[in-house]
Design a protein around this ligand. Structure first.
Ligand SMILES: O=C(O)CCC(=O)C(=O)O
Length: 344
């Protein structure tokens, strides 16, 4: 992590264990799994009374759409999207873009149905112990053929490559993000802290599996991209909410423009690894399910010193050490398509 790390004694966070709990910096490996990472990470968000104001809102039912077959999903996700030059310029300026109709409504409904099955299979049907949690599943493309169509989609990967302005991109990982009803804010951050990749050509496609009204906590961005410069000297603190709190204050005092808007069904956002973003709490009774696929420019290396903030990154780039080119068999080239055999 390139930010300075606060170095106070006697601080703790009960989600951390071992060296992660004992040492005050982040320059050590993450010592638990990636779900434990999220359980820790959301404790770093400042939640006011307004963020947790009790009663959860019932949303109207998601309208029924004819569910496409596996082949129909695959055909949709290999067809190109009409990305304009202006949209690429807006991404380069703002660090993110929200694109309408990247997925048909049927493909979104099918995605939600499949992801809910996977979430239930992993975390159980009795949701009591998962109340207020941020649940995460990664690398679903390896075990589920339908999800593979969404993760290795040439339609989505081409958008990612064009936004970055690079010829070839690889997959870093897929991440199913299920923000349960009542789960609090996602702390302000940029992904450069998270992905141990020595490049600025990194983009995440954040694909909601249902519409996301404001009450559900849509991904929210600070703009333009360069606002990361404003906050680069704020010390990251792995124990408490002080980093998030200081970012909130810095953005307020500098009148930074925030884009917090609902996601329509089929809308997908793409954000750069230096784009500052957050998400509000989920104040609805419906789980906010998202598939987040991260891509990077072919040829990028793993950084020399990954930190605990990268979680269990070796799951995503196996058998590749610090400083080496990130091109394991789990990082297929997703754009252009078919230049190497995808998958295992
Ligand atoms: O889904 C969220 O609340 C946060 C996701 C995020 O930060 C990301 O995908 O980069």
């Amino acid at each position: 992590m390139r930010n300075r790390i606060i170095n106070k004694r006697n601080q703790s966070n009960n989600m951390l264990v071992g060296e992660n709990a004992a040492k005050s910096d982040v320059n050590q490996s993450w010592q638990q799994d990636n779900q434990a990472w999220w359980d820790w990470y959301v404790t770093l968000a400042e939640n006011t009374d307004q963020d947790n104001d009790g009663a959860l809102v019932d949303l109207p039912p998601i309208p029924h759409f004819k569910l496409p077959s596996d082949t129909e999903v695959e055909n949709e996700l290999i067809s190109p999207y009409n990305l304009t030059k202006d949209q690429c310029l807006a991404f380069q300026r703002d660090g993110f873009i929200k694109l309408p109709r990247v997925l048909s409504r049927g493909a979104v409904a099918r995605l939600r149905q499949e992801l809910l099955v996977l979430i239930k299979k992993t975390f159980g049907i009795n949701r009591t112990s998962n109340k207020n949690r941020f649940l995460s599943l990664e690398m679903m493309w390896l075990e589920n053929a339908l999800i593979r169509s969404y993760v290795l989609s040439p339609r989505i990967a081409e958008i990612a490559a064009k936004l970055l302005g690079v010829e070839r991109i690889r997959l870093y990982h897929d991440n199913v993000l299920a923000k349960e009803p009542g789960c609090g804010r996602t702390p302000w951050h940029y992904d450069d802290h998270h992905f141990p990749l020595a490049t600025d050509d990194v983009v995440t496609a954040w694909i909601p599996a249902q519409p996301i009204p404001i009450a559900m906590g849509p991904l929210t961005f600070a703009k333009p991209l360069s606002v990361f410069e404003l906050v680069k000297d704020i010390d990251f603190n792995k124990f408490d909410t002080s980093y998030d709190k200081q970012i909130i204050e810095a953005f307020k005092s500098n009148n930074v423009v925030l884009e917090e808007s609902p996601f329509e069904m089929g809308e997908v956002s793409f954000h750069h690894n230096k784009s500052f973003h957050t998400a509000a709490s989920n104040k609805t009774t419906r789980t906010r399910v998202v598939l987040a696929n991260t891509f990077f420019a072919d040829g990028a290396r793993v950084v020399e010193q990954p930190t605990m903030v990268s979680g269990d990154w070796q799951k995503f780039v196996p058998n590749v050490g610090p400083g080496e080119i990130a091109a394991s068999k789990l990082n297929p080239i997703c754009w252009p398509p078919n230049i190497e055999k995808k998958g295992q």
